[in-house]
Design a protein around this ligand. Structure first.
Ligand SMILES: [Cu+2]
Length: 71
């Protein structure tokens, strides 16, 4: 039960610290996620949590908030 995984996404549409904080909060609320790092200049969002990461859940909350997952 201690298996953890890290997945990195590139998120488009984040233009300021508010966006970054919003994405961080939303992704952090996905079941199993224990850590979220957002790099605003590159749009890189690194998600850590219990394996497997809920990929559909992460994509869902990000896209629902109006941002675009590029990969
Ligand atoms: Cu913003």
């Amino acid at each position: 039960m201690s298996n953890t995984a890290t997945t990195t996404y590139t998120v488009g549409g984040m233009t300021c610290g508010g966006c970054a904080g919003k994405v961080k909060g939303l992704v952090g609320g996905v079941a199993g996620v224990t850590g979220v790092e957002v790099d605003l200049p590159t749009g890189r969002v690194t998600v850590t949590g219990s394996a497997p990461i809920d990929d559909a859940g992460v994509r869902g909350v990000v896209e629902k908030a109006g941002y675009e997952i590029k990969d």
